[in-house]
Design a protein around this ligand. Structure first.
Ligand code: THU
Length: 128
């Protein structure tokens, strides 16, 4: 696998803090300037305060000043590739719109989809 974004997501997964679920996820987001922002899931003993890898990566990017994004990658150790959860789809829509999302596992399986297909009728600022 040579795609830098996928490699970044796989590397970020290594930092996952997932002692409760043992389900480790990595995410990487490429901004409009080509910079890659990464995240892993960070769990908490209260469970409900857990943050997914996608939102960690996106919020890191936002807090660094990035506002436009080209691509997202998500890596997990599953045969059926792991897509972003519903909450992450909503948050990704806010900042990335109909972005391309690459899903990968540890054995080199990769699929690409678009957020609009995963999240066909989003609520967003256009309703406000
Ligand atoms: N998780 C993510 O980080 N991203 C996803 O796309 C799916 C779920 C995390 C949250 C939790 O730490 C663990 O995976 C099990 O749900």
């Amino acid at each position: 696998m040579t795609d830098q974004l996928l490699l970044a997501a796989l590397a970020a997964r290594e930092n996952a803090y997932a002692p409760f679920s043992k389900f480790r996820v990595g995410a990487a987001i490429e901004d409009a300037g080509g910079r890659i922002h990464t995240g892993c899931n960070v769990e908490n003993a209260t469970y409900g305060l857990t943050l997914c890898a996608e939102r960690v990566a996106l919020f890191k990017a936002i807090s660094e000043g990035a506002r436009q994004f080209r691509r997202v990658a998500v890596a997990a150790d599953t045969d059926i590739l792991t897509p972003p959860c519903g909450a992450c789809r909503q948050v990704l829509w806010e900042f990335c719109g109909d972005v391309e999302i690459a899903l990968a596992n540890l054995r080199g399986k990769v699929e690409t989809c678009r957020l609009k297909d995963l999240f066909p009728r989003p609520f967003d600022a256009s309703y406000l």
